[in-house]
Structures are given as C-alpha cells and as structure tokens.
Design a protein around this ligand. Structure first.
Ligand SMILES: Cc1cc2nc3c(=O)[nH]c(=O)nc-3n(C[C@H](O)[C@H](O)[C@H](O)COP(=O)(O)O)c2cc1C
Length: 260
C-alpha cells in the first residue's frame, strides 16, 4: 500500500474521547484553523466557533470547535456588492453542509499530523438554541457539528471500515451478494469486538420497545449498534426542523432575494 506522511496521518487517526489538560499553543491553533480554511469550497460557507474551556467542554477537551454553515457572512458580502440571495435555504444548506464538512475534516487531519486528537459530536444541531445564545449567533448561521480537540490521553486503536469492495463501486452500483454483506458485517463486528469497544465505552443502546435484550458485550457490535441507532432514533423530523428554523433556515420556502 502506498504511503507518505499525509496518508499515514489519515490512516492512524481515530476518534479521541480523553484529553490531557494541556492547552495547545496559538501557533498550533492557527495552523489547524488555516488547514480548515484552505479546504475546497463551493461558497466559503463554513465558519468556526471556538471555546477553550477544559472544565466545560465535552470529554474535558481543551478546545471545542462548532463548525457552522454561515449564510449570514455570505449575505453580508453579497449586500456589500448590492446583491441579495435568491438561492433557497435548502440549496444553500446543502452547499453549506459540503463546505463546512470539508473545513472540519481538514482540521481533523491537520490536528492528527501535529499530534492532537479529535472527536466529532453529531448531535450539535439539536443544541442550536443553546449555541445561538452562547455565542450570540445572528440568523442564518447553523451549527452543523462540533469537534473536540486536544492532546490525547488515551491510546485508542484504529477502528475498522467496510471492505473496499463494499465502498468503491466502479462504473455501476452493484447488487450486493449475501456473502459480500456477511463479510462486510463480519469485518465491522469482529473489528469492534476485538477492541472490546462497546463494553469499554458502555455504549450498548437499549431496545426501545422494551423487548428482552438478547445481546451481551460479548457479541454486541457495530452492525447491531448502528441498526439500533437508525432503527430507533430520530423518527420525528420536527426537532431538526425547529433547530433549522431557530437559525433562520426555512427549507420548504423558495429564496426571496430580499436583502438581509
Ligand atoms: C458526524 C459525526 C458525528 C459523530 N458524533 C459523535 C458523538 O456524538 N459522540 C462520539 O463519541 N463520537 C462521535 N463521532 C465519532 C464516531 O463515533 C467515529 O468517527 C466512528 O465511530 C469511527 O471511529 P473512528 O473515528 O475512531 O475511526 C461522530 C463522527 C462523525 C463523523
């Protein structure tokens, strides 16, 4: 397998959920933020909020970034040019998800290359109202995802991924065979079981229908875990829709073209 320092950093990265209390320097911060900023963009719609509060940050991380989809800043620029946005909030949101995600992941890889660890926090949009108050966000800024960062205080193992044949499809999307599905599930489940991952994180998701638990930490692994997440959580979209509306995103309305 080809390798170089960039690929090495990507291959050895893993989510870090325990940090030393050491505050990385501003030089390190600037390097990581600059790497994020240098990500490809559709419209430079990603912006970053930072909190350096070791005591309050999740996992007691020295840094907590909130990666935002920032249409407010874009509209400020457009206004200065005498323009207003006609693109719908939905269209701009999709562009913004793309832009913000690449910023975040560039930062993750940059952090890894400098000896820092990180972990995404995906429930961020559900805390939109708190984040609006905490940072004084103007309308049209949506907190997409948070990222804890700092020097690792755990030596986590690299986590498994699907076999490449289950991810990279050339020319045509395949019909998965029973064997391919079983192999992909085995790779993921055996990989996490070998790390005793769910037991060590005490992360088994209870069955919501109250039926008797048939798994133990001896056989509960990724495919069951992710199925329980997507199979039980988030049925009602109203929480997310409310969070978007609280941030001034109205997804089923056409763009107005009115000045911000
Ligand atoms: C969008 C996103 C949201 C995530 N949310 C959480 C989270 O809320 N809590 C957490 O501990 N890990 C979270 N993670 C980390 C994933 O659990 C982790 O990336 C995945 O298990 C693969 O492990 P690895 O990053 O160590 O390779 C999130 C990752 C992503 C990309």
């Amino acid at each position: 397998m080809l390798t170089n320092p960039v690929l090495e950093a990507m291959k050895k990265r893993k989510s870090i959920r325990s940090y030393t209390s050491e505050q990385p320097s501003d030089e390190v911060l600037n390097a990581i933020a600059a790497a994020g900023q240098q990500a490809p963009f559709a419209a430079q719609l990603g912006s970053l909020l930072l909190k350096r509060d070791v005591k309050k940050n999740p996992f007691k991380a020295p840094w907590l970034f909130t990666v935002c989809i920032d249409l407010h800043r874009m509209e400020t620029i457009m206004k200065a040019r005498g323009w207003s946005r006609k693109m719908s909030d939905l269209g701009a949101l999709i562009l913004g998800v793309q832009d913000a995600a690449y910023v975040a992941e560039n930062m993750v890889i940059a952090a890894e290359s400098l000896g820092l660890g990180s972990c995404y926090l995906g429930a961020t949009p559900m805390y939109a109202k708190t984040i609006i108050d905490d940072y004084g966000l103007p309308p049209k800024v949506f907190p997409l995802v948070q990222l804890t960062m700092g020097y690792p205080a755990e030596a986590a193992a690299v986590r498994p991924r699907y076999p490449m044949g289950f991810t990279l499809f050339e020319d045509r999307y395949p019909q998965f065979t029973t064997e391919e599905i079983a192999r992909a599930m085995r790779v993921m489940d055996d990989g996490y079981l070998a790390q005793d991952y769910y037991r060590s994180h005490n992360a088994m998701i209870p069955l919501a229908d109250g039926s008797e638990e048939t798994f133990t930490y001896g056989d509960y692994s990724w495919t069951e875990h992710i199925s329980r997440k997507l199979g039980q959580w988030g049925e009602d979209p109203s929480g997310l829709m409310n969070a978007l509306r609280a941030c001034g995103f109205f997804l089923d309305e056409p763009g107005t073209g009115e000045a911000a």
